[in-house]
Design a protein. Sequence first.
Length: 251
Amino acid sequence: MKKIFQILVMSAITAVVMACAGKPDPVPAPEEPPVVQPVAEEAKPAPASPEPSEPEFSAPEEAVPDQAALEALAAAKAGADAAREQARTVGGDAAYPDDWDGAEDAYGEAESAPRDTRRQAQEAAARYKAAEDKYKAIYTAVLRSRADESRALADNARREALDAKANVAARGDYNAADALYNQAASSYKAGAFVEADEGYTSVAELFIAARDAAIEKRAAAEAAIKAAGEKTEESDALAQDSVRILGGGQE
């Protein structure tokens, strides 16, 4: 009985050992990766919006006028305004009405011309320059006309002085007037019509003075000749009387 019990115990132990040996080792569970907490990113500043800049153009002439273009435009307008006033002051609007209207049209076109771009500003300046040239032409025409009138008066006075023999009888006065006449002629040829006008006006007065001086001298000379003749006749009469007395012709 005891022997049978031992056999059963051994059998049970053997069965347990074999059962344990037949089971595979347990596979360890995979480790879960650590949970990474998201790091809050620092807020980046928004990119600054670009400052408004001058629009790009295909050509510089289409850009807004620069300082040089604006200054040139202002100078052109000032020149046209000055020439316009100058021509009006000498009566150019009345003396040459058709030319004046043409100049006014050119000035009006310059005033109304656009000037938003550099090219437009340059074109407006050119229009002012064209108007200025027209006003200057009117001004010059008025001055030339005045000088022509003064020269005509001087030429007439010069002829009268020569007719009166002023170049002989009043040589000093005539030569002084003639020298100034040549200076006025040089001014006229050079286009200095203001100086020419003033010179011819003064010369005409000097030629007239020389003419009058020559006429006075001629009159005085004629009077002296006449007086001498009268004295000669008187002397002849006295001589004849003396001859009669000395010759016994006395009654």
